[in-house]
Write a new protein. Structure first.
Length: 533
């Protein structure tokens, strides 16, 4: 048995591009004399479609592409392709399926049984469950069991039953899994663990094919693999890029791609992929950010430059009387190091005019939070104006620690179309910044060493309003990521701020998800409630 793992980047709703990739990968697999080529979950449509499923025209377009694939896929190879299929019985209108295409026909259809309804997933909103016990076929006299993504995750505590336990090992020679499994820092170990548990129980080798690419907040890191019946790794596909990996189970030979060096490298490549695919898949080519001379905007500038090229990135510094001269110099130096465009747009005069206009109507008061937020919102105004005029996407620079504490300004520093570091704690910002400086000083050391400040008032420091970032990170990790109880004054303060500022996060840009519990579409916390301690 020779199996090809066709790790591809499907673009949601771009049926023609997805069709072309599937055809090319299948032809390459056929040329390599493979018996079977396996594609990721929903590879024809893209993942996750969410409420695009409410548009019948989308499913009709998919049918046209499937008909085309059925006619044009190489006749000599078996192809497992992910697709939405109709449910003509009771329940939700669709199945999340895998189509077995061979010799110009759809030979069999297999549907996902375990439908995740946690975190970012809500599969049962549109899909009905299939029956895993029917999801098998024969090839070369061997019986192949088909699993679709979550079907392999019944081992964890989120599921009341594990359908894999109900399968008969004696009836199974191979297992294949079509997945669209989003990246988190711990996910690759979890996938391998569940795959090994499945292979051990079913006494059969397993091939796991994961989607690569990004869709909105979700990053699909690829990393497809194959193991033998004892769980030993036979093949490892690349992370973060498309890959066709062939495993010959008779010879126990498969491709082993180079892996990122460490967790920081995994995180860096995930964020770059997330930024690149978001910008490209919404049809834009250019991006810009407000470059303050602080570490958050510096890291975002590096990520965006890596994602789309520095020639497509514009950075804008917008100083007032409260900004130290060093901030502007550091921002200029970073832009020069990156090779991106840089503009200095002072906003002091605009700020003074704004305050005067406001006070003429409502009367003057002492300098306050209102004045600080006016500066932030002026910056947001100018950055959004640049977006309108230049057709450029504004990238947000807020981090998770500040989001959690509500230390952000709506319509100011929260402006933007994407928040690449919105799921990163402050210590991760520093780790990635040092990662960028491993070979040369790309980010000026002065940015990394200086004390964080919003610079909206004289001698302002973040520590004037927040706990020390090391302490704040630990609290956010405990309260948000692990959902544990607040047990001291600092934790109670952060929890109260977390509850109070929920309305802000409802209005934040999409946040690239890299943790098990990110702010964004997977976190459904109400705004109006009395459950605050």
């Amino acid at each position: 048995m020779r199996i090809a793992l066709a790790q591809m980047n499907s673009c949601l709703g771009d049926f023609q591009a997805n069709r072309d990739k599937i055809l090319q990968l299948a032809r390459d697999a056929a040329e390599k004399r493979c018996d079977l080529v396996v594609f990721p979950e929903l590879s024809t449509l893209g993942y996750h479609p969410f409420d695009l499923m409410e548009r019948p025209s989308v499913i009709e377009q998919q049918k046209t592409i499937i008909d085309d694939l059925t006619k044009n896929l190489p006749k000599e190879i078996h192809c497992l392709v992910g697709a939405v299929t109709l449910n003509n019985g009771k329940g939700k209108p669709y199945f999340n399926s895998a189509l077995l295409i061979h010799e110009g026909e759809i030979k069999k259809t297999f549907s996902k049984e375990l439908l995740p309804v946690y975190d970012v997933f809500d599969d049962s909103r549109h899909f009905s469950p299939g029956d895993m016990s029917r999801n098998h076929f024969e090839i070369n006299g061997k019986s192949v069991q088909v699993l679709i993504c979550e079907d392999m995750w019944g081992w964890d505590e989120l599921h009341e039953r594990n359908p894999i336990l109900e399968l008969k090992p004696s009836n199974i020679d191979f297992v294949v899994n079509l997945s669209a499994s989003p990246f988190t820092m711990d996910k690759r170990q979890q996938r391998l663990k569940h795959a090994q548990s499945t292979a051990h129980l079913l006494e059969a080798p397993l091939a796991y094919v994961n989607m690569v690419g990004a869709q909105d907040e979700l990053i699909y890191d690829g990393g497809s693999f194959a193991i033998d019946s004892k769980g030993e790794l036979l093949a490892q596909s690349a992370y973060y890029v498309e890959d066709l990996n062939v495993i010959d189970y008779n010879e126990r030979v498969g491709g082993h791609r180079e892996m990122p060096r460490d967790n920081t490298a995994f995180l860096h490549q995930a964020l770059v992929l997330g930024v690149r695919d978001f910008i490209q898949k919404i049809g834009m080519k250019k991006a810009h950010i407000g470059l303050s001379g602080g570490i958050d905007s510096a890291l975002v500038a590096c990520l965006v430059a890596d994602a789309i090229g520095p020639q497509n990135l514009t950075t804008v510094a917008m100083p007032t009387q409260f900004n130290q001269p060093m901030s502007l110099e550091l921002a200029k130096n970073l832009a020069k190091n990156l090779g991106c465009h840089f503009y200095e747009l002072p906003i002091q005069e605009s700020y003074e005019t704004l305050v005067k206009t406001f006070e003429t109507c409502f009367g003057a008061k002492e300098f306050s939070l209102m004045n600080e937020n006016m500066q932030s919102r002026l910056r947001g105004l100018f950055l959004m104006a640049f977006s309108n005029r230049e057709g450029s996407l504004l990238i947000n620079t807020s981090n998770k620690s500040e989001f959690a504490a509500g230390y952000s300004t709506l319509y100011g520093d929260m402006c933007g179309g994407l928040a690449p570091i919105g799921d990163l704690l402050k210590h991760q910002i520093y780790e990635l910044s040092r990662y960028y400086n491993k070979e040369r000083e790309l980010i000026p050391e002065g940015i990394i060493q200086r004390e964080p400040s919003a610079e909206l008032n004289y001698d302002q420091k973040d520590s004037d309003s927040l706990p020390d970032y090391d302490e704040l990170d630990e609290v956010v990790e405990k309260l948000v990521n692990r959902r544990q109880k607040a047990e001291n004054k600092t934790e109670e303060w952060v929890l109260n701020r977390l509850y109070w500022s929920e309305f802000k996060r409802w209005q934040s840009p999409p946040i690239l998800k890299v943790s098990d519990h990110a702010f964004g579409q997977g976190r459904r916390m109400p705004i109006a409630h009395k459950a605050r301690s």
